[in-house]
Ligand binder design. Sequence first.
Ligand code: NAI
Length: 406
Amino acid sequence: MSPNTRLIKESFALVEPVAGRAAAYFYGLLFAHCPSLRGMFPPDMAAPRGRLLDILRRIVRELDSPERLTSYLAGLGRDQRRYGFSPEHHAAAGAALLATMRRFAARTWTEETEAAWTEAYAMASRIMTDAAAAETTPPWWLAEVIGHEPRCRDLAVLTLRPSQPMDFVPGQHVTVQTARWPRVWRRFSIANAPRPDGTLRLHVRAVPGGWVSSALVRHTRTGDQLLLGPPAGTMAPPESDRDILCVAGGTGLAPLKAVMEHVIDSGRRPNIHLLFGVRHAGDLYDMPDLARMAAGFPWLRVLPVVSDDPAYRGLRGRLPDVVDAFPSWADHEVYVCGPPPMVDETVRRLRRSGVPLARIHRDTDRHDTDRHDTDRHDTDRARDRRDPTETASTPDRFLAGFESKT
Ligand SMILES: NC(=O)C1=CN([C@@H]2O[C@H](COP(=O)(O)OP(=O)(O)OC[C@H]3O[C@@H](n4cnc5c(N)ncnc54)[C@H](O)[C@@H]3O)[C@@H](O)[C@H]2O)C=CC1
């Protein structure tokens, strides 16, 4: 028997508007009943609280799609092995969750609602623990920093050599922990396709107040060791031979570069258009590498786009506007990655212009987390202060180039 999804959705709708308070209550109860758990979390609980809500939202959203829900929960179970949670911890979390829901959805709470949540938690917990138990890869990897290249202000590209082989799909991300900030994990996408020497590259921008990102950009040197969680994420390279559009906002370039590398290595020859959007020309941190890729693969066209610099002489504007300014991407596989609001708007515009949802790829796992990750969030807001009247400029020569290629 599956849980009563209607009752779960109705009660969760009551909790959502006060989600922040509910998450704080949940962790308060959890740590009161299981004090040993507190030491497994970072001092600042903002990110874990946000993450808890994202997980609940995702579970409630997927209740009607059992296959997707199972795959999400199994991934979560495998990922959480890096925390070392025990069955007692799972039981304590279940009791705290139920008490939280009971309190914040008190208005409509009934015995049936209680039964629905109890059953749903038991099911979720079982899928997660089974997946974790069946996994044969390590719960985390030690990785040596073998390259640290400052590329522009606040941004570095790191090359890492994991101590054991790590299998991943191009487009996936890993969580990273530095010795400077124990128990604080942040997500970064792997910026390359799997390599024979097993190395990984990460593109990291240090955001103000960002603990892990600042440590990685400013205080990390070659020879340092990092911890990596298991690769995860929903983005994967296309299986079709369709032409490809990649829309990258800032360091959102990382997973798209991995996908492009994979397509190029596969021997296929689709046209690939990469729109690489940054705020200022000085943020175009990866152009020499991208130019090298394009030189070796003439079907790749790299179009840098600058949003906040009216004096820039190339393609200017906000990425969603620039994407819209081209004739049509309806026949393409489209990959979008970058700041969540940019991704949301670009996806909306693409859908409106006729690109089927099934052909629009983004890392939904990362996307949810990026919204509240304190290593990111403050910056996204601070850096968003731009002239709202500025519009896209799409010089004719770029459109001409585009039309002649497709
Ligand atoms: N480092 C990594 O491995 C990855 C990072 N990301 C995410 O990508 C983002 C990259 O940040 P930054 O490099 O600082 O990029 P940024 O904030 O400088 O912006 C990059 C581009 O996105 C556009 N943009 C920003 N906000 C927008 C909005 N609200 N609407 C429309 N366009 C907007 C900018 O105009 C610019 O073209 C972060 O949110 C990060 O979490 C995503 C995947 C991988």
